[in-house]
Design a protein around this ligand. Structure first.
Ligand code: PEP
Length: 254
């Protein structure tokens, strides 16, 4: 029998947000406290500059925080980089690794992503691993092959299932307003669930599979109802509490 997975609604703020925007995190925290997300866990991944202040706001709150990237090393001569241990120290519970924008902007390979995921585990963080195919790969019918290869090559061997979240984010859906069909998402997530059985320690049924890419209040019901979807990674619509709230509320009546 499949394990019960607690859904996760996570916001990726990317390179957005200054001190004034901590008000949004406080508002999200208050929505979580009021039960707006129902059974779901909620997390926000702000820029690293806001992490400690956000952690102070979220002390005694169920709202979780995450980093958006980490270096593979625990410390050292890596100007501008942030270690997983630093994210943990600042109050993060999660770190996103392998986001397509990091892969594109910083030429990150699957091997880099795997090292970052291992670093996150070493530091005591849970991993949100992003995978997803390009538009050209999608149109060529290569989505499953691409994502399967990313999964195999980006996961540290024997990663504990309960410390892993996979975010399926087709690159062509990120920030574009274009979304896959529910059938496409269900097929991909079913494939991911099967593939995970070869890669994780513990039950693959414990791994949460998020869909990400242009999730908005108006399409959350359609997208998150796909089978094997255990939540969402939200970019643009997570920046304002009032836009993030209706997405969180998808889980309030379940
Ligand atoms: C993302 O970048 O993780 C993402 C899902 O972005 P958006 O929701 O803006 O498409």
């Amino acid at each position: 029998m499949a394990e019960q997975r607690r859904p996760l609604v996570a916001g990726n703020w990317k390179m957005n947000g200054c001190v004034a925007d901590l008000d949004e995190i406080a508002a999200i925290r208050d929505h979580v406290a009021s039960g707006a997300a129902g059974i779901a866990e909620v997390a926000v991944c702000p820029p690293a500059t806001l992490l400690m202040a956000a952690a102070r706001l979220c002390a005694d709150s169920a709202l979780r925080l995450g980093g958006q990237d980490c270096h593979a090393a625990p410390n050292g001569a890596h100007t501008g980089d942030i270690a997983a241990e630093m994210l943990k120290d600042a109050g993060a519970s999660y770190v996103i690794v392998g986001h397509s924008e990091r892969r594109a902007d910083h030429a990150e390979t699957d091997a880099d992503v795997r090292a970052k995921a291992a670093a996150a585990l070493r530091a005591g963080l849970s991993v949100i691993l992003c995978v997803g195919e390009s538009r050209a790969e999608h149109e060529a019918g290569e989505a499953l092959a691409k994502v399967g290869a990313q999964l195999a090559q980006s996961l540290p061997e024997g990663i504990p299932a309960d410390r892993l979240v996979i975010a399926y984010e087709p690159i062509w859906a990120i920030g574009t307003g274009v979304t896959p069909t529910r059938g496409h998402i269900a097929a991909m997530h079913g494939f991911l669930r099967d593939e995970l059985r070869h890669h994780v320690a513990g039950s693959a049924d414990a791994v949460r599979l998020l869909y990400g890419g242009s999730v908005k209040p108006g399409n959350a019901d359609e997208l998150l109802n796909a089978s094997n979807v255990d939540g969402t990674l939200v970019g643009g619509a997570s920046l304002k509490a009032e836009e993030f709230l209706p997405i969180m509320q998808f889980y309030s009546n379940r």
